[in-house]
Unconditional design. Structure first.
Length: 484
């Protein structure tokens, strides 16, 4: 009888969660780090005996969960939430501003649904940082910390030394996520220059805290390239029953025990790998998770309100996943790969206005508006924080290709729900949208505000792969966006 190696047996049993297994097997040796080597009680610390000033402020702990809508590629602030109708035509662009439900607030004419819901939005018009590269801008806005060499416009390849994205940090702090992932990213990972970018995984926390990456079964796809490496499938192969799958899992466990016992060794404690395999099994047979992923069971009227597009269906799935107890779900509202600026994403170096009004703004406007209405109807709007983030803004001056280029000096961010007071503008950009004129704020402040809403004390510290306690944000301040 032929003796099989452990890797051969794992490969034969990888049907349990094929793509997740592939991703873990490919990256496990590269990414086993902080989460495996530092005990959990040493990784999360909070100053005891002291009441944080942040926890005394309005809105602390109002939100139970958070949904981040990420405009991958760099959303033009001037053509969306910060129009400049009095600027010269080569700055203000083709779009006209429209009045909204809130007197005095105007947004782009191509966001008509959101214009009717500005009473639910806090629009920040004074965001900024210093990174003009996509990956670095995304890294900064999703981790709350600057990337290495932030002002050098180079690729930001994902590594095990990256700061963890906010979803992984919250998963670590919240803990106790047996049977469900600690965070999720829909519908695919973010790539640029043939490289999976850092900033939207667990970094030095270890792969056990990486988000699961999943895509709804239905929805018109964004045109362009979207890579699905690492995305999960919760369906068993045809002809394999749940009972047979469980039997094979037990066979694998018995095999591992016998293999290492025969040579007098304990099974290696590759915690991240084992945690993901355990999670795969738990999700496969979790009724709540399976039902959450079965978006087609949603009431038809509600499902239709989000639109038959991958953006809307992903946002709907995000809402369903937060209802299972997942504290943070991110949605990439664009094609996953920027692909040299070709495709449906917000990197509009050329043909900016046609791409926005035809491809990007309609599904985003519909999905975000439907989410607001849906959460309110379900009575969960005040306990669900919704945040719109992007890599950076776009240049005020329109280029020769009718496009706008990378611009980190000024961009817009949106907060809604989760105790946020709607109907307000925070901060102000100058007459061209070139720089914050008042109340400038950055990634650390956005993250401080999210943590505050979720009831996470800003004095909390989390340790890196060397056991060094680090602050959640780099001096971030909670923005005064909350209602009384």
């Amino acid at each position: 009888m032929k003796t099989h190696t452990r890797r051969e047996v794992l490969a034969r049993l990888s049907f349990i969660l094929p793509s997740t297994f592939y991703s873990l097997n490919r990256l496990s040796s590269q990414r086993l780090s902080a989460g495996d080597s530092v005990p959990i009680e040493q990784q999360i610390k909070s100053k005891k005996g002291k009441v944080s000033s942040s926890s005394k402020r309005n809105g602390f702990g109002k939100a139970k969960s958070c949904i981040i809508l990420f405009a991958w590629g760099g959303m033009s602030h001037i053509d969306t939430f910060d129009p400049k109708p009095l600027a010269p035509v080569n700055y203000r662009g083709e779009f006209k501003p429209i009045t909204t439900k809130v007197p005095g607030i105007q947004i782009s004419e191509h966001l008509p649904r959101l214009a009717k819901r500005t009473d639910s939005l806090a629009i920040i018009r004074s965001g900024y940082h210093k990174s003009s590269a996509h990956g670095k801008g995304m890294y900064w806005n999703l981790t709350g910390h600057p990337p290495p060499n932030p002002e050098v416009a180079t690729n930001q390849m994902a590594t095990s030394m990256d700061y963890p994205w906010i979803g992984s940090v919250i998963a670590k702090i919240r803990g106790n996520h047996i049977g469900r992932p600690g965070c999720a990213l829909l519908p695919y990972p973010m790539w640029d220059n043939n490289t999976r970018q850092g900033g939207h995984d667990a970094g030095w926390l270890g792969r056990a805290y990486d988000p699961i990456i999943a895509r709804p079964k239905q929805g018109i796809m964004y045109k362009g390239v979207s890579r699905e490496i690492g995305t999960i499938s919760l369906e068993l192969p045809q002809g394999v029953s749940p009972e047979r799958s469980k039997h094979r899992q037990q066979l694998l466990a018995d095999f591992e025990q016998s293999q290492f016992k025969s040579v007098g060794q304990a099974i290696p404690t590759t915690n991240s790998f084992e945690r993901y395999r355990q999670l795969a099994n738990e999700m496969m047979f979790s009724k709540s998770i399976q039902e959450a992923f079965t978006v087609e069971k949603e009431e038809p009227k509600i499902r239709a309100s989000y639109g038959n597009h991958i953006c809307g269906q992903s946002v709907l799935l995000a809402r369903r996943l937060t209802e299972t107890g997942i504290p943070l779900v991110g949605v990439c509202c664009a094609a996953g790969d920027l692909n040299g600026s070709a495709g449906d994403h917000w990197d509009t170096h050329g043909n900016n206005f046609n791409r926005l009004k035809n491809d990007m703004l309609p599904p985003f406007d519909q999905a975000f508006s439907a989410l607001i209405d849906d959460l309110k109807m379900r009575g969960t709007f005040e306990e669900t924080l919704v945040v719109v983030l992007t890599d950076f803004g776009r240049t005020p001056l329109i280029n020769g290709a009718a496009g706008r280029d990378h611009y980190p000096n000024c961009f817009s961010v949106i907060f809604a729900g989760g105790g946020i007071q709607g109907g307000q503008i925070y901060g102000k950009s100058d007459r061209l949208g070139a720089a914050p004129l008042d109340l400038g704020c950055g990634p650390a402040d956005f993250h401080a505000t999210i943590y505050h809403a979720l009831g996470i004390d800003l004095d909390t510290q989390i340790s890196d792969s060397f056991g060094r306690p680090l602050a959640l944000t780099d001096g971030g301040k909670v923005l005064p966006l909350f209602g009384s």
